[in-house]
Write a protein that binds this ligand. Structure first.
Ligand code: ADP
Ligand code: NA
Length: 330
């Protein structure tokens, strides 16, 4: 049987992915190459909704693609592309926006959160319609499944509603995608505020580990991670979130289980755990950095890989758009 198709995207909105992005998303993308028909995109169209610098965006898009390849995406086993290179995303988004209710779009909590930060009047219409573009990203590829974290569930629900609505109103054009919940997905928290998620919008840079940062600096951040005043190394996300986070990262990067780590650190202190984890992190980022640099050092080859990806994606996207346009009456 054909493998289920999956679509996922990541924004090129930082100079480096952080450990949360890797352990919460990218690592699963790599694994899904074995089990799914995978389409992955660097969603640069989504990266211009809140103001940006063109040269910085161009650079971040390339660095994002290079990091994904360095982390293990294999262009022979997945379709990796840059969203803006497949114009059908914008074209389908327009059609979908015309079957989305204004009230329906207004209920998206992520827009409310983000626009509240910027001031609602200053937010772009693009930020408002972002979930509709996201629906187009997914529906263009007839994706069966979309890996989603909690924060994206509402957008996937909208995508499913739009697919069903279109299919009912105009005739079937879209697969209705199901959420793909990755069981062992690690939720990584901020090293300085272990109750908040590790995020590029963190208040302090010492709370996040960036894959492309100087490894010595990352090691230092791990060693100065905020923990509690206790001494015992146990996994207790509620009462000892700092230690739980370090154990989660350690287990994910080393392939050891949390139980195994807890047993290994029995009778030892937080300092030992941090020192060892710092080394694990350094050893983990080193090869990723080397491979990322190698991709960036050969821009012609990187561009060629992305162009091939955009061709493969475009073949699927244009077939879907053709059907959609035909159904709509174009
Ligand atoms: P950020 O929160 O830094 O802005 P994004 O929202 O761009 O990150 O997230 C990109 C991907 O990385 C998403 O799939 C998201 O679920 C995942 N991700 C981001 N931060 C974390 C985290 N702290 N733990 C686990 N996964 C995360
Ligand atoms: Na985010």
């Amino acid at each position: 049987a054909a493998r289920p198709r999956v679509l996922s995207g990541i924004q090129p909105t930082a100079d480096s992915f952080h450990l949360g992005n890797y352990l919460g998303a990218v690592r699963n993308w790599v694994a899904m190459q074995e089990t799914h028909d995978t389409f992955y995109c660097v969603v640069d169209l989504h990266a211009i909704t809140a103001g940006h610098d063109p040269e910085v965006l161009r650079q971040r898009t390339r660095v994002s693609a290079a990091q994904l390849l360095a982390a293990g995406l294999d262009p022979d086993r997945c379709t990796l592309f840059v969203q803006s290179q497949v114009p059908e995303h914008s074209q389908l988004a327009w059609v979908l926006s015309c079957i989305t209710g204004f009230g329906e779009a207004s209920r998206m909590t992520q827009f409310k959160d983000k626009s509240a930060k910027q001031g609602a009047d200053r937010s772009s219409v693009g930020l408002f319609t972002y979930p509709i573009l996201q629906a187009a990203d997914i529906l263009l590829y007839q994706a069966d499944a979309v890996p989603v974290g909690e924060d994206q569930r509402q957008h996937l629900e909208l995508t499913r509603d739009l697919a069903q609505r279109f299919n009912t109103r105009f005739g079937k054009a879209f697969t209705v995608p199901a959420p793909y919940i990755v069981k062992e997905t690690a939720k990584i928290t901020d090293l300085q505020d272990p109750t908040a998620k590790m995020s590029k919008s963190a208040s302090s840079p010492s709370g996040i580990i960036e894959l492309l940062d100087d490894p010595a600096r990352s090691a230092k951040k791990i060693r100065s991670a905020v923990t509690d005043t206790g001494r015992e190394i146990v996994f207790d996300a509620e009462h000892k979130p700092g230690i739980a986070n370090l154990l989660t990262i350690y287990a994910a990067l080393s392939g050891r289980t949390i139980d195994d780590l807890v047993a290994a650190y029995d009778g030892r202190g937080y300092g030992d755990l941090k020192k060892d984890l710092a080394e694990v992190v350094v050893e983990f980022v080193r090869p990723i950095q080397e491979r990322t640099r190698a991709y960036l050092d050969d821009p012609a080859q990187l561009d060629k890989m992305l162009a091939i990806g955009a061709d493969k994606a475009g073949a699927v996207a244009s077939a879907t758009l053709r059907t959609t346009y035909e159904r709509v009456g174009f």
